[in-house]
Write a protein that binds this ligand. Structure first.
Ligand code: F6P
Length: 750
């Protein structure tokens, strides 16, 4: 609509300027014509008056002169006459002539001097006058003069009237013109264009085709060409779908987005999928006048986004971005991905107080450290727990209203923020099939027993039909915890828990990434070092770490490992840089703020230590080398990919981690089958990559240092052998297979 206004405004502006210029010239002409007419008529009158005045002056007949002055007054625009003697003194004056007409004396003197009529326009007492002075003669010579005074204000009135009429005309014209242009642009251009864009969008999403006849005369040729294009697209899609259906039969082929789509179609028929999580997959942020969106750094989002893009459905999550409200409709709904909509995101709005208690407080300062054995003490605050319960209730209410009229909905609840949700939903909708996936570790029963509200949490989770963890170990821990804490019947053969006649199955589903996306990258050109140089990294060897700035990720331990490595192998000074990408995470929490400060301090300490040595121990070279480069901004997947491909080693040294998808993303990005993964033994990923990665204990700086050395010296064939093994493992078990297995397990239950 803004464009329509701009066009209308532009046209109106242009037309108005032309119309005003035209009126101006017309007014000038009118003024000139009226003035000339008045001068001419006054001159005629003066000449005829002179014939009566001169004889009377000859006779010094003042009474005759007075009669003349009286009879020539107040006629139409004629104000009267004034007769002067030779010295310029008034002899007689018509009564309507203003007193201040003395200003006309200059004209009288001029006329007497030149001995010919002289006229001019004057303003007297704000009155516009035209004064013509005519010399009067006697036999003995000049005998003075008389002036004829005309009221000339009608000239300006007439010009003003002309301006008024003209401006009124322009205004009416502008009004009609604007309406006409707005209607024209809106209905002939804008509306068909929007319809065309909508039709293309639907065609792209596989809903219908672009028809040539529905898009207005102007756009018919364009619509025709696009129609052909979308037809080819639909054909290609059908072919791919057929191929996927055929592949579905042969289970040894890799899972792809298409195959998952076909699987969902065949398996769920028309049943709808609902994902519920705290973190949303697309965050809109307002920065000044602009609203932009980003995909948050989150393993859960990385995995579920590919699944939803393949299956469609509704994803309910907290709308946490500053631009979220204005980009969603009044129900908080928005189709995403924003550039290529495939499913519905419904945002839930929370107050600052709710976020503080439910997210920062109970989820991240109680449950997160409770489940991760990273030696950070959980903070159990009653008020956080109360808010956590209330917000879980809010999510439940929102989900239940979305489920109205939908039979046997399939619900995939994500993570520890929503532990109470499954029970709330199950009680209201026993027909719903609920899968809860716990993206973080589950600790031992002993460790979990310190939580004051452990029984309510376990009861909430047991409202699910299936609870998925990344590893068998976490499943074992959970079964053991339930056995210890709540009354239930545990079937260790089926890994099932019966509580109040409801059965919950516990199963490992090691999450992964969409390996096929990474495979497409193979077609792309090999990355240049430009992305490293942009970060000021010019050394021959590069180590890489990519994590949210979280104390469970073992970043400090990793930095100490790098320090040990450079201490033990000074020959790598100026040759090795460690790049740590660590976007700020959970910045509202004091624990995270302090952790961020410790990382920055540690980076600066190590950099200072080695740059000081650069002067002496390394031949006095000071080329600005910094052994550690820390980036705390968010890097998109597209920005990370070349960095993954350029790194000689990727370090994942989590102190405890459910899975860790960075390890898998690094492997997926390495289509050159080179590079080395250094992986903590405390990650879920170490189960899949135990033979491909160098497995380390992150608590041992010596071990991490040695693994870096080993990685940099590793011969290429050995790198290929390991990388190939790891790539095969994620090719075989990617996120599409994870989703298919999880969804199948949930939907298969009666
Ligand atoms: O991967 C584990 C996880 O808790 C995700 O569930 C979560 O989205 C992610 O870490 C990032 O944390 P946050 O959502 O608090 O930024």
């Amino acid at each position: 609509m803004r464009q329509v206004f701009l066009i209308v405004f532009g046209v109106i502006f242009g037309v108005s300027v032309v119309a005003l210029l035209f009126t101006y010239f017309q007014a000038q002409q009118e003024r000139f014509a009226l003035s000339a007419d008045m001068q001419y008529r006054t001159r005629l009158l003066a000449d005829s008056l002179n014939e009566s005045i001169e004889p009377a002056r000859q006779r010094n007949a003042t009474s005759t002169l007075e009669k003349i002055a009286t009879s020539f007054a107040g006629r139409e625009r004629l104000l009267g006459v004034v007769i002067y003697d030779r010295q310029g003194n008034v002899i007689v004056k018509s009564k309507d002539v203003p007193e201040d007409v003395d200003v006309a004396k200059r004209i009288v003197e001029d006329a007497i001097k030149k001995d010919e009529p002289v006229g001019d326009f004057l303003v007297v007492d704000t009155m516009q006058l035209y004064v013509l002075a005519h010399p009067v003669h006697r036999e003995e010579g000049p005998a003075g003069a008389f002036i004829v005074v005309q009221d000339a204000s009608y000239i300006e009135e007439s010009v003003a009237g002309q301006w008024r009429d003209s401006l009124l005309g322009v205004f009416i014209y502008i009004l009609l013109f604007s309406v006409a242009i707005a209607a024209l642009v809106r209905w002939v251009i804008f509306k068909p264009l929007t319809n065309l864009a909508e039709a293309i969008k639907s065609a792209r999403a596989g809903r219908g085709r672009v028809s040539e006849t529905q898009h207005g005369m102007f756009f018919r040729p364009l619509a025709s060409e696009i129609g052909k294009l979308t037809h080819s697209l639909a054909q290609a899609r059908t072919a791919a779908s057929e191929e996927a259906r055929m592949r579905l039969e042969k289970l040894d082929t890799p899972w792809t987005e298409e195959r998952l789509k076909e699987f969902i179609k065949a398996y769920l028929k028309d049943r709808q999928i609902f994902v519920v999580s705290n973190r949303e997959p697309y965050i809109h942020t307002r920065d000044g006048g602009e609203v932009a969106y980003s995909v948050p750094a989150s393993g859960m989002v990385t995995a579920l986004e590919s699944v939803m893009a393949a299956c469609g459905g509704t994803w309910i999550a907290h709308g946490s971005g500053s631009g979220d409200r204005e980009t969603a409709d009044q129900d908080g709904k928005i189709q995403v991905p924003p550039d290529d909509p495939k499913y519905m995101l419904k945002r839930i709005w929370l107050t600052g107080k709710e976020v503080k208690g439910y997210y920062t407080g109970f989820s991240n300062e109680a449950l997160w450290p409770l489940c991760h054995i990273a030696h950070t003490r959980p903070a159990f605050r009653k008020e956080d727990w109360i808010t956590y319960k209330r917000v879980n209730g809010l999510f439940a209410k929102t989900l239940l209203s979305e489920l109205k009229g939908i039979e046997r909905p399939l619900i995939l609840v994500q993570d520890y923020h929503l532990a109470l949700l499954p029970r709330m939903i199950k009680e209201a909708r026993p027909d719903a099939q609920i899968g809860l996936f716990w993206h973080i570790p589950w600790p031992s029963a002993e460790a979990f027993s310190i939580c004051p509200w452990r029984k309510e949490i376990l009861d909430g989770m047991l409202g699910s039909d299936i609870i998925g963890f990344h590893t068998q170990q976490f499943c074992n821990n959970f079964i053991e915890t339930v056995g210890k804490e709540v009354e239930s019947l545990i079937d260790l053969e089926q890994f099932a828990i019966t509580r109040d006649e409801h059965i919950t199955r516990i199963k490992p589903f090691p999450i992964s990434i969409s390996f096929t996306d990474a495979m497409h990258e193979k077609e792309a050109e090999a990355p240049t070092r430009a992305s490293l140089e942009a970060l000021n990294i010019t050394t021959e060897f590069v180590g890489l770490g990519v994590d949210r700035l979280d104390y469970t990720k073992g970043i400090l331990e990793r930095l100490r490992g790098v320090e040990f490595f450079l201490d033990a192998h000074p020959e790598y000074a100026h040759k090795f840089t460690f790049l740590q990408i660590a976007p700020i995470s959970r910045g509202e929490s004091e624990t995270y703020q302090q952790f961020a400060q410790s990382v920055e301090k540690e980076v600066s300490r190590i950099n200072t230590k080695f740059s000081a040595r650069g002067g002496s121990a390394f031949g006095g070279k000071r080329n600005g080398w910094q052994p550690i480069v820390l980036q705390t901004r968010h890097f998109s997947h597209a920005e990370l990919r070349p960095l993954y491909r350029l790194a000689h080693a990727c370090l994942v040294t989590s102190l405890h981690d459910g899975m860790n998808l960075v390890a898998k993303e690094f492997v997926a990005a390495r289509d050159d089958e080179a590079g080395v993964l250094i992986l903590s033994k405390f990650t879920g990923a170490s189960r899949d990559f135990d033979r491909g990665a160098i497995i380390v204990n992150p608590y041992s700086a010596e071990e991490v240092a040695e693994s870096i050395h080993q990685a940099l010296l590793m011969p290429k064939p050995e790198q290929h052998r390991r990388m190939k093994m790891m790539r095969n493992s994620i090719r075989d078990y990617n996120v599409y297979r994870w989703a298919a297995e999880f969804i199948k397990a949930v939907a298969a239950l009666r």
